[in-house]
Ligand binder design. Structure first.
Ligand SMILES: NC(=O)C1=CN([C@@H]2O[C@H](COP(=O)(O)OP(=O)(O)OC[C@H]3O[C@@H](n4cnc5c(N)ncnc54)[C@H](O)[C@@H]3O)[C@@H](O)[C@H]2O)C=CC1
Ligand SMILES: O=C(O)[C@@H]1CCC=N1
Length: 285
């Protein structure tokens, strides 16, 4: 297809999608906005970012995003509404936007941990289509692992939302009861793997590298390990078997790490995060 017709189709697609309102433009809201623009899913001028204090969004305004402190106006001029406030901030936001929510026009996507589709429908109306999405901050660079679930959205709408998140990473559609598990493994997981990389780089400094070099080496090694699994579609243990030479140094290091609880501390941390994610909203009610 020639470049001109591709550009025309792309413009038509963006106008069909309509404005996207991101209510609560903090860490994940902004990461999502950046990712959608970077992937060309939508233009910055068709994304409305809201925050209670709009002065915190001057950088984004300069980049061409619409910014506002008025959630009602943002909802009125958008078709996709993304809820991205903290669980404890949600009820106030839902009460504010309820009068302008139109079940025929709006698709509501919530990235808020611990809040079910039913919790949102109970506030906005039973006929409103609500889709839960759990992305992670790597969405800003098109590398999110996003899980989505819905209980009342049409297949067409789930596909629309799946398509949107696929432009900024991988997507798995899951049952809603697994959403808190997805939060721990995928959203919190970014922090867990980053801490593992930091620990590896600190080990590197202990054995002789300058901090900057040690971090670069740890990051690229972690990326290589993840890519081996993605590209070979293999199990970690089969890749580990290729590294652990008999009587070698890898198995010695691995066994020492396991003796000190490496795998079990990761598993226990993920279990605790999932437990906490499940209670984030109900704790506040
Ligand atoms: N940070 C992350 O990696 C992820 C966070 N989440 C979920 O996303 C939600 C937001 O998390 P973060 O971005 O980390 O928090 P954050 O505190 O960085 O962002 C929340 C934003 O909402 C704004 N806000 C609060 N009340 C508002 C209102 N009534 N109208 C407009 N804006 C309002 C705040 O000013 C703030 O900028 C949480 O529910 C969290 O569970 C989900 C996946 C990943
Ligand atoms: O820490 C949190 O509660 C949020 C949810 C997932 C990632 N950050």
């Amino acid at each position: 297809m020639c470049r001109v017709s591709f550009a025309i189709i792309s413009i038509l697609m963006k106008s069909l999608i309509g404005n996207i309102a991101i209510l609560g433009s903090g860490n994940i809201g902004l990461s999502l906005a950046y990712g959608l623009v970077k992937s060309s899913y939508q233009t910055a001028s068709s994304i409305i970012l809201t925050r209670r204090n709009v002065s915190g969004l001057s950088e984004q305004a300069a980049l061409g995003y619409q910014v506002s402190a008025n959630n009602m106006e943002a909802v009125s001029s958008a078709s996709i509404i993304i809820l991205a406030v903290l669980p404890q901030q949600l009820n106030g936001l839902l009460n504010e936007i309820k009068p302008v929510i139109d079940a025929k026009k709006h698709t509501v996507i919530s990235v808020i941990s611990g809040v079910s589709c039913n919790d949102i429908k109970a506030k906005l109306g039973e006929d409103v289509q609500v889709i839960r999405a759990m992305p992670n901050t790597a969405i800003s660079i098109g590398q999110s692992m996003t899980c989505i679930a819905s209980e009342n959205a049409t297949t067409e709408n789930v596909d629309l939302v799946k398509g949107m998140f696929e432009t900024v990473g991988s997507v798995v559609v899951i049952n809603e009861e697994l959403m808190t598990s997805a939060t721990a493994l995928c959203a919190c997981g970014i922090a867990f793997f980053l801490r593992a990389i930091r620990a590896a780089s600190q080990g590197g400094v202990e054995i002789g590298f300058h901090a900057e070099d040690a971090l670069k080496m740890a990051v690229q090694t972690a990326k290589g390990a993840a890519d081996l699994l993605l590209i070979h579609e293999s199990h970690p243990e089969s890749e580990i078997d290729k590294v652990t030479s008999p009587k070698g140094c890898t198995i010695a290091g691995l066994n020492e790490m396991e003796y000190h609880g490496f795998s079990s501390s990761l598993i226990k941390g993920i279990k605790l995060s999932a437990l906490k994610a499940g209670g984030l909203y109900t704790e506040e009610k």
